[in-house]
Unconditional design. Structure first.
Length: 125
């Protein structure tokens, strides 16, 4: 991803330069069926921070490198099921290496972590 263009109200454009580096991502996952109804899941994902330090921004803190996931699914019958998932990315920090503010991120410290969860109900027909 090189540049994201944000369309502003009133027709203005705000280009947001990213210049993400190519990378290899390692993703591992395991699902285990404990019974016909209950399935457990775990996973791990690792990829390096894709944003060069000179362009990192608190507006787009895509700097996390590790994600841990867990979840389960329960099938009430062949058509109806509920699933839960949890994803955690531990805190990482980056110091901007671009020009000094207000026109750059030089010296700016950016920290980011994430915790996400979801519950879904599915009806198959």
């Amino acid at each position: 991803m090189n540049t994201v263009t944000i369309h502003m109200p009133g027709g203005g454009l705000a280009p947001f330069q990213q210049d993400w580096d190519n990378q290899t991502v390692l993703a591992l996952g395991l699902a285990y069926k404990f019974s016909d109804a209950f399935t457990g899941r775990v996973g791990y994902n690792h990829g390096k921070n894709p944003i060069p330090d000179a362009l990192v921004s608190y507006l787009w803190p895509a700097i996390v490198e590790d994600h841990y996931t867990a979840g389960f699914g329960y099938a009430f019958d062949r058509q109806s099921q509920i699933n839960f998932s949890l994803s955690y990315a531990p805190e990482v920090s980056v110091t901007g290496a671009g020009p000094l503010p207000p026109f750059g991120n030089g010296g700016m410290s950016i920290e980011h972590n994430q915790l996400n969860w979801q519950v879904t109900y599915s009806y198959l027909f």
